[in-house]
Design a binder for this molecule. Sequence first.
Ligand SMILES: Cc1ncc(COP(=O)(O)O)c(C=O)c1O
Length: 466
Amino acid sequence: MNLQLLLLLSSLFLNLFLLSYLSIIFCHYSQLRWTSAAAAEAEAIAAIDCSGHGHAFLDGVTAGQGLPGCECNTCYGGSDCSLLMPECPADADSGDPLFLEPYWQQHAASSGILVSGWHRMSYQTTGYDFISLELERHIRLLHKAVGNAVTDGKFITFGSGSTQLINALVYALSLHNSTSASPAHVVATVPYYPVYKFRTNLFEGREYKWEGITSEWANASASSRTNFIEFVTSPNNPDGLLRRSVLRGSAVIHDHAYYWPHYSAIPAAADEDIMLFTNSKISGHAGSRFGWAVIKDEKIYERVTRYMLLNTMGVSRDTQLRVLKLIKEMIAAVGGEDDIFEFGYRTMRERWSKLVSIVATSDRFSLQKLSPQFCSYFEKRREPSPAYAWLKCEREEEKDCSALLNRAGIISRTGTLFEADSRYTRLSLIKTGDDIDLLLKRLVALVSGVNQSGSFSYVPTSHVIA
Ligand SMILES: Cc1ncc(COP(=O)(O)O)c(C=O)c1O
């Protein structure tokens, strides 16, 4: 057989194959009974053009009967988000993990779900404490696939974000340790994630109260150091360092929100008695409000479960369904071309290395020191890729770093919120690409001494989000 005939036959075969494949797909879709309208609506809204600087959402505000409009990224405006507002400050304040948005846009087909009108209307679900057993199983599989936590022989309970579990755990531990009449002392090490203090103070009562920072207790006598609950955030928010408990003998809540390959090397699987995780920083779906706690002790687990029962009767079943889909997708992609951890690491490492080079051009600022470390997930030493930069103003006269940045058109989160010195301020590196581009641009101008004072319309935020 000559070459031309061979090519003709293979092309014929390929066409026949494609035709039969398409006819199977067509038959399949023509059998859809109630999903096609919802699918068409979702596709129509996803197709609205927002110039790459915003999105239209299914529940976006509509003008009358029309389709929802674009919701633009910070500093972009116009009906299609194509206008960059020149006086707009770079917002590096909140820990909104939107850097993962492009990942899910690239995986639109495998990550979308369609929820029937009658999906899990009941208070009940498959697990006894309002949890989806299938989701719980997949959370264990995810930890195993990433190798960042040991879950065997431990209980898992869900929260509406790990924020809800912060209180559930403090409540459970304070009852657990309540041999003395005095309330449990809740502490953390500076600089710490301020929400621990805010939430503890919000619910402060007979059982527990916020007692400040660990350094004030580290040298206290053993007798005065009973009944402590210590928050250990590892990697830490704001400085990205891996941390251990400071007070010996305290009950410890290990918050591992950032112990994922996007942000940190994974030297070994964490195996502590109480570990807190949040889906917000793994898949980036902070708006779905989903977190979980891995708990060794059955009594503590039961108290957390009781808190969840009385507080919200568990987590939205719709959220659990969505998170199940996302976790399945993340597990399926582990180690492959579409690995979200590889994507997350690559993105964060690039942002961090750009920032390091900008800051290194002057001695006015410094950053936290992070070194390359062996990561069991990537099976190699990897460069740092923290979620936040912990920036220090080095000049004697520049005592309020956040205020200085504000004047240069950068919104950061002052060190005093983390109970650290005002010479420090936190820059979030996990927001959108637009936020990062503007932040780096403003920083370049600042370190090179370009005077930008007075031109920015800065509005201080009155609340701390993430
Ligand atoms: C250390 C830490 N723990 C917990 C949370 C809360 O996460 P969630 O969105 O699950 O409430 C955050 C959010 O920024 C965080 O930084």
